[in-house]
Design a protein around this ligand. Structure first.
Ligand code: ATP
Ligand code: ZN
Length: 286
């Protein structure tokens, strides 16, 4: 029987679309928009299992799936011995402490002896313990933000992206205690054919993610400055320099990290670069 790598993806929610998008960018084709429970890719030996995100770490651990894409928060909360294979960088959110707007707060020690409602009791308890704070952690599976107004908690610890939900419940965010993004997790002892498929998949994912981080930059430069550009733009090995018909000038092509891009642009302008073109890179491998 053909070996398949089974990959668990959230069926419907904040992680679903981006998870599938990353796999698609890897050149892997699959059919359904209807999201069956499971489906096989057309041109790569993987099978998708569409599940609730909370179930993903457990299913990977129990060998129902081999790898999965899940929020780091969910992985850390469940604390099963899985391997974090890649941080995929999307679905960024934070776990924050929030208290009723009028409440005084001056750091975690303010929570000593208080009741804190959360869906993430393990992550919260670990952080409180590190800060030597003793509080009563009350686990709620949803609607955590209403706990203070109905009198069951003094504070909450919940996932926040904009803070609008907090404000509408009369709460203010006072401390960010944990950051999360989507991660690909796998079983620790994955080997043989499945491991080989996983390595092929990771090679592609790395190429897609790396390409996202870089821009392809082309520009014309007075030839007299060509010696100086290697210090500004490294390229993958070194920049490509081609002559122009006008012998005073040359054309340069290179890649630049997104985070350095504006700095690099200023330095290139200072050297007299002209006609600077910047394009996205679709895939990139060393
Ligand atoms: P399911 O039905 O699969 O159990 P869910 O409602 O538990 O879905 P979602 O709300 O889709 O889960 O969130 C999934 C993950 O997305 C979270 O665990 C978290 O990692 C991430 N996330 C990103 N932004 C936010 C946010 N603003 N609020 C909550 N989670 C967020
Ligand atoms: Zn869930």
């Amino acid at each position: 029987m053909k070996e398949l790598l089974r990959i668990a993806i959230q069926k419907s929610g904040r992680l679903s679309e981006k998870s599938l998008q990353i796999i698609k960018s890897c050149g892997i084709r699959f059919g359904s928009d209807a999201r069956l429970l499971k489906e096989e890719a057309e041109n790569f030996p993987i099978e998708f299992l569409y599940l609730r995100d909370d179930d993903i770490p457990r299913y990977v651990y129990d060998q129902v799936a081999d790898v999965g894409i899940v929020g780091r928060n969910e992985h850390d909360e469940q604390n099963l011995p899985l391997e974090i294979l890649r941080d995929l960088g999307f679905a960024k959110c934070r776990l924050s402490i929030a208290v009723p707007s009028g409440t005084f707060y001056d750091g975690l020690p303010s929570l000593d002896g208080k009741r804190i409602a959360t869906s993430y009791p393990n992550i919260l308890s670990t952080i409180l313990k590190k800060a030597a704070v003793t509080a009563k952690v009350l686990e709620l599976s949803g609607s955590v933000e209403i706990a203070p107004s109905i009198g069951v908690a003094d504070a909450i610890c919940d996932l926040v992206s904009t803070g609008a939900t907090l404000a509408s419940n009369g709460l203010k965010e006072v401390e960010e205690i944990y950051n999360s993004s989507a991660v690909m997790v796998g079983r620790k002892n994955l080997e043989g054919a499945k491991r080989a498929i996983l390595d092929r998949l990771l090679l592609r994912i790395d190429a897609v993610m790396k390409a996202d981080d870089y821009k392809y930059v082309m520009f014309n430069l007075p030839k007299e400055h060509v010696g100086e550009i290697a210090n500004i733009v490294g390229g993958m090995k070194s920049p490509t320099v081609t002559p122009l018909l006008d012998e005073q000038w040359c054309a340069v092509q290179t890649v630049v990290h997104e985070q350095q891009f504006w700095d690099v642009l200023e330095q290139l302008k200072a050297l007299g670069a002209q006609g600077i073109l910047v394009t996205a890179i679709e895939k990139m491998a060393d």
